[in-house]
Design a protein around this ligand. Structure first.
Ligand code: FES
Length: 106
């Protein structure tokens, strides 16, 4: 079970043991991480699971699919490291992953 750290906008770190195969959005919800709502259930249609992926992890993630790109394009605080956590699957390769939550989900 890879360790994943969510850092909320206030700077509080939430370190959790993630289940391989789950999405990062599901991982956050399962562990009560504040700031990730997942309103659309993981369909890349709401943007409430937006987060920023810290380097070097961003390079280990799969590319952005068109549906994710469409949603990211309408998020105000999109950055080069932005991803939708519902589109990211936990794998052993992501051990130690660190992600940050945006101000809009504070
Ligand atoms: Fe809605 Fe990710 S849960 S976009």
């Amino acid at each position: 079970m890879p360790k994943v750290t969510f850092i909320d906008f206030s700077g509080t770190a939430h370190e959790v043991q993630a289940s391989e195969g789950s999405s990062l959005m599901e991982t956050a919800l399962d562990h009560g991480v504040p700031g990730i709502d997942g309103d659309c259930g993981g369909e890349a249609a709401c943007g409430t699971c937006h987060l920023f992926v810290e380097a070097p992890w961003s390079e280990k993630l799969p590319g952005i699919e068109p549906s994710e790109e469409t949603m990211l394009n309408i998020i105000d605080d999109r950055a080069t490291t932005s991803r939708l956590s519902c589109q990211l699957r936990v794998s052993a390769e992501l051990e130690g992953l660190v992600v940050r939550l945006p101000e809009s989900q504070h």
